[in-house]
Design a binder for this molecule. Structure first.
Ligand SMILES: [Zn+2]
Ligand SMILES: [Zn+2]
Length: 332
């Protein structure tokens, strides 16, 4: 609950709204995280490190080893939930890069929620706010928050990577995600987040136990395909917020510091082509240039071929060319 109502971005105003009286936007933030929520955030940031240590220790005992079954479970859950974030929460729910039939919408929202990066409405509200104020004062996770000095940037990287999660003020979803609040399917996932959280940990545990027919297999799957997998998806997503706003290349013009980081492309399912993403946020493909791997875009293409996704916003050469830095400097 804050009185702050920044109104940046004329682009956010609907066309033809010029002469109409300005409608006051809802406040930027609404409500505060309680101590219990902050406690669980700490648990989810720290528990995977304990799990990783335990997993590595137990691997010394062959019965608990990270064998092919465990590796396959780890990979399957990493890919399913990782793509749930990139294709589901990010390209579909936040930016509307395509329209999805209802079963696909539900599957993508389930997959994204299983990544345990928060319930969908809050995730989307934070991310839309990030785009609206990117690398400026009201951006929830800019690494440039503490200035451009080496010390300020080091602090900013920690902030953008994890620190911002612990801010008490919640981004106001009534301002940033009214479309999702109006959707009963999405509201279901918002309300039942805790059950999805249990499901994302218990499903790999059960599969690990059944596939190896041993309780050691169940515990190992809980550690690797449960906790450690969640942590890896978290850190890759958070790297897009931290690394991809500091290091890397900027071939397209944006008003912020978003950059393309090639070495994160495979792990992040194409999300690290982040400079293009900020230049053209609704594009279904972020890796638009030759050799830029973007598995999220490939999956959207498959959904389109299957008839589950429509109105896909594929990149247009003329649009991209207009935003290329080199073309603009030649024209100038
Ligand atoms: Zn960004
Ligand atoms: Zn985005």
């Amino acid at each position: 609950m804050t009185a702050t109502t920044p109104q940046r971005s004329a682009a956010a105003a609907p066309a033809g709204a010029k002469n109409k009286p300005k409608r006051e936007l809802p406040p930027l933030t609404y409500g505060r995280k309680g101590n219990i929520e902050i406690f669980f955030l700490w648990v989810f940031v720290l528990a995977p490190w304990v799990a990783l240590t335990a997993g590595l220790y137990l691997t010394r005992n062959t019965a608990w080893a990270m064998n092919w079954t465990q590796a396959a479970l780890f990979l399957a859950f990493y890919v399913f939930t990782g793509l749930g974030i990139t294709v589901g929460f990010h390209r579909y729910l936040t930016h509307g890069a395509f329209k999805a039939k209802r079963p696909l919408k539900i599957m993508l929202t389930l997959a994204g929620t299983m990544a345990v990066e928060g319930a969908p409405i809050r995730w989307v509200a934070d991310h839309r706010r990030h785009h609206q104020f990117s690398d400026e004062e009201f951006d929830p996770h800019s690494p440039w928050r503490f200035g451009h000095s080496v010390k300020g940037l080091a602090k900013g990287l920690v902030w953008a990577h994890t620190g911002w999660l612990f801010t008490r003020e919640n981004t106001n979803s009534r301002r940033f995600a009214p479309d999702l609040i109006a959707d009963p399917d999405i509201r279901w996932f918002q309300k039942n987040f805790v059950y999805v959280l249990l499901f994302t940990l218990l499903l790999p545990t059960a599969l690990g136990g059944l596939l190896t027919w041993s309780w050691q297999g169940a515990v190992a799957a809980y550690i690797w395909a449960g906790l450690v997998r969640i942590a890896l998806v978290h850190h890759v997503t958070w790297s897009v917020n931290s690394v991809c706003h500091v290091f890397g290349e900027r071939p397209f013009t944006t008003s912020d510091k978003a950059s393309n980081v090639w070495w994160l492309a495979i792990l992040s399912f194409g999300e690290s082509w982040h400079n293009l993403h900020h230049a053209d946020p609704t594009s279904a493909r972020h890796g638009v240039d030759k050799g830029q791997i973007d598995s999220s875009a490939r999956l959207i293409w498959l959904f389109e071929k299957a008839g589950w996704a429509t109105n896909v916003r594929w990149p247009k050469a003329s649009r991209l060319d207009a935003k290329r830095v080199e073309k603009q400097s030649v024209a100038a």
